[in-house]
Design a protein around this ligand. Structure first.
Ligand SMILES: N[C@@H](CCC(=O)N[C@@H](CS)C(=O)NCC(=O)O)C(=O)O
Length: 238
């Protein structure tokens, strides 16, 4: 059976990692049998990040490589029916969401002083004192450095928000009237983009990034539509 190693629930999210939720949606879409295994510390993952997957002795780390593996395993079940133009659009918008907009989600959780207690309780709550104080502070310093190296961390908060708004406006325009990114059909690219949006829309309490996404109602509706179609939600659904 396929094993998908993911972050444990946090911030009111059953699957707080957008990259893991994307893989969960793909596994459901492909009707694969799998089990999700909460794994507290990403440092123990093969590439130091979650998710990673084990499939019959093969270990695959990174959500995009997981999707490539699943596509090969199912003879093109994820990408095989898409045109070159659809693939180009899909990968370009995935990069926009996962490699740019994503960093503003990270910053809105980790670098906002008022949100820090949620990071401490959500990710480090099981650590004994004084580790519960020290480890989040060290991890936060690393996030700040990474955000600076990525580039967005060099801008004022207002400038960061406007970068994110331009990403969200691009997604809204690309969606147009279509229910999904590429029009009428739900594709693998919706899984990654909607997972990222869903996490920032539903993390509790909300962040400055949540408020930004809510400025774009068609994008909010899209995130909801994809989660319903995929049968997997970021938040706890009762
Ligand atoms: N490109 C990776 C990104 C995975 C990623 O950034 N995962 C986060 C959780 S959402 C993580 O493990 N972060 C821990 C770290 O960077 O130390 C993928 O698509 O799987």
């Amino acid at each position: 059976m396929i094993k998908l190693y993911v972050l444990p629930p946090a911030f009111g999210l059953r699957n707080p990692g957008p990259f893991a939720l994307k893989c969960e949606m793909a596994l459901l879409y492909l009707k694969q049998e799998f089990e999700m295994i909460p794994s507290g510390d990403p440092r123990s993952a093969p590439k130091g990040k979650l998710p990673y997957m084990e499939d019959d002795g093969t270990v695959i780390a990174d959500s995009e490589l997981i999707l490539q593996h699943l596509d090969r395993k199912t003879n093109g079940g994820l990408y095989g029916h898409l045109s070159d133009e659809e693939l180009a659009d899909g990968f370009a918008f995935t990069r926009l969401a996962e490699e740019h907009l994503y960093w503003t989600v990270v910053a809105s959780r980790w670098l906002d002083d008022s949100w820090l207690p949620n990071i401490t309780s959500g990710f480090f709550g099981s650590l004994p004192f004084p580790m519960r104080q020290l480890v989040p502070a060290l991890a936060r310093r690393q996030v700040r450095q990474t955000y600076y190296l990525q580039g967005l961390g060099r801008h004022t908060l207002d400038e960061q928000k406007d970068f994110a708004r331009r990403d969200l406006a691009a997604i809204e325009r690309k969606l147009g009237d279509g229910p999904y990114l590429l029009g009428e059909k739900l594709t693998v690219f919706d899984f990654g983009i909607a997972s990222l949006l869903a996490g920032t829309l539903d993390n509790q309490p909300s962040t400055w990034n949540t408020a930004l996404v809510k400025e774009f109602q068609p994008v909010v509706d899209y995130a909801e539509r994809v989660q319903a179609a995929a049968g997997a939600y970021s938040r706890e659904v009762v």
